[in-house]
Design a protein around this ligand. Structure first.
Ligand SMILES: [Zn+2]
Length: 243
């Protein structure tokens, strides 16, 4: 599975490298290595992928990020390649936290993933509608719910913080605080507890997507998509798949 994706990416890179080779010939002559550039996904390439292959591709991207071997992204070329249409392979539902930008930590480019971000990566009606669009209309094969360690929204829910519209959002996370079994100190200063609640919250969001969207639940039952939970570890940079 991994080999097939590697091959696809390898071919993409090769194609783009050939395209830029002419422009970089003076650099080549000077002994400068041609950079590896990632191209945007075409419809044909995306449609061939299975949900499992998409998950593997994102895992490969996270591994590149974690080890400092990210692809070079020619955003101008990707912008040009996607101006007539988009064929993203996945939809990521993550937190707004500035330290958890999905495209960077999964090493994806323009046109590869839909990215929905909301504090505490919860799924309300509007987010479910966005995910339904991503999968049922635009053809994404995977929904990746991505929580993260040391999440401020989770800490706020544990503390019962109240502030404007944030109060209502944190109410949606509170059931995860109650549902988390944990024998140590159940306070926001205890990062182990915060991370345990964040994990419960991801599991609840995955269940909410399946339970509240018959569109997405049916796509998953038919094997057309996969809905997967994950936790991004700020320390070390690993995206851990939970389900
Ligand atoms: Zn967060």
């Amino acid at each position: 599975m991994a080999n097939r994706i590697t091959t696809r990416r390898g071919l993409l890179k090769q194609g783009v490298n050939m395209a830029v080779a002419g422009a970089l010939c003076s650099l080549c002559a000077a002994g400068v290595t041609t950079p590896t550039l990632a191209a945007a996904l075409t419809k044909e390439q995306r449609d061939k992928l299975t949900p499992e292959q998409v998950l593997q591709s994102l895992a490969d991207g996270n591994e590149r990020f974690r080890t400092g071997k990210m692809q070079g992204h020619d955003y101008i070329a990707q912008k040009r390649a996607t101006r007539g249409g988009q064929y993203p392979m996945a939809a990521i539902l993550g937190c707004i936290d500035s330290r958890a930008p999905a495209e960077i930590i999964l090493d994806t480019g323009i046109g590869e993933t839909f990215t929905a971000r909301v504090a505490g990566n919860i799924a309300n009606d509007d987010l479910l509608g966005s995910l339904e669009f991503a999968c049922a209309v635009a053809g994404a094969k995977l929904i990746l719910v991505m929580g993260h360690t040391a999440c401020g929204a989770i800490k706020g829910a544990i503390d019962g913080a109240e502030l404007g519209h944030l109060t209502g959002l944190l109410e949606k996370i509170k059931p995860s605080v109650v549902a988390t079994s944990y024998t140590g100190e159940r306070v926001s200063k205890n990062y182990a507890f915060v991370d345990a609640v964040a994990k419960t919250n991801v599991i609840h969001t995955v269940a909410a997507i399946r339970g509240e969207s018959s569109v997405l639940a049916n796509l998953e039952k038919d094997g057309k998509i996969k809905i997967v939970g994950s936790m991004y570890h700020l320390e070390g940079g690993r995206v851990e798949v939970l389900s």
